[in-house]
Design a protein around this ligand. Structure first.
Ligand code: ADP
Ligand code: AMP
Length: 214
């Protein structure tokens, strides 16, 4: 099952992608997590990506597309995967479609998690991330057991630099300009499914499971 997650930054893509991955036994592939791991490890890719991420801009397609095409070709992705944060531009979607077409495959479900802009700032300012294992929390809606500490690996939780309100406004603009056109792209491809992302985290997941046919 090949699934992509669409939606504004903070809509809940990562939260739901982790659950889908666990439930269906497929890898969760997050381009944001891949870039953050590269930043943490001080790689050349990390240095380049950070310049864009800190400003709330997208990392250029030429640094992103090959990375994902390589990742989905690995053995653990043979049964499928859930892509979180990719594609984010029409050229990225085309690169994915073409890579899959070469193998006679296509995306099965493009799940669009809909959350209005006015809810997003609160989602992002309350988000706390573990940069070690990629787990995500929310101070109000999904708190960790112990404040500031990751339930999964025990590392400290942080407010991501790009979740500060001044950067979030920019990320939302970038989303509307560059990523929202993917809704039409995947509607035309016949695989778009929309979910109300303002509902409780468990309810959103129930609706996704209905779509995927648990
Ligand atoms: P994205 O991956 O789309 O950027 P996340 O999954 O990281 O978004 O979610 C953004 C923030 O909102 C996180 O702090 C998460 O815990 C919280 N969150 C996710 N889904 C919901 C929901 N349905 N209701 C309330 N808060 C949510
Ligand atoms: P995310 O963790 O998905 O919120 O992504 C964090 C940041 O990483 C984004 O704001 C972008 O700067 C960058 N990023 C993640 N995925 C992509 C992508 N597919 N294309 C371009 N930039 C990306």
């Amino acid at each position: 099952m090949k699934i992509i997650m669409l939606g504004a930054p903070g809509a809940g893509k990562g939260t739901q992608a982790k659950r889908i991955a666990e439930c269906y036994g497929i890898p969760h592939i997050s381009t944001g997590d891949i870039f953050r791991a590269n930043i943490k490890n001080g790689t050349e890719l990390g240095k380049k990506a950070k310049e864009y991420m800190d400003k709330g801009l997208l990392v250029p397609d030429e640094l992103t597309c090959d990375l994902v095409v390589d990742r989905i070709s690995q053995d653990d992705a043979a049964k499928g995967y859930v892509l979180d944060g990719f594609p984010r531009t029409i050229p990225q979607a085309e690169a994915l479609t073409n890579a899959l077409k070469k193998r006679g495959e296509a995306v099965d479900f493009a799940i669009d998690i809909e959350v209005p802009d006015e809810n997003i700032i609160g989602r992002m300012s309350g988000r706390r991330a573990c940069l070690k294992c990629g787990a995500t929390y929310h101070v109000e809606f999904a708190p960790p057991k112990e404040e500031g500490v990751c339930d999964v690996c025990g590392d400290k939780l942080v407010l991501r630099d790009d979740d500060k309100p001044e950067t979030v406004a920019n990320r939302l603009k970038v989303y509307h300009d560059q990523t929202q056109p993917l809704i039409d792209y995947y509607t035309a491809a016949g695989c778009l499914k929309e979910v109300d992302g303002t509902l409780d985290i468990d309810v959103v997941f129930d609706k996704i499971r209905e779509i995927l046919g648990a």
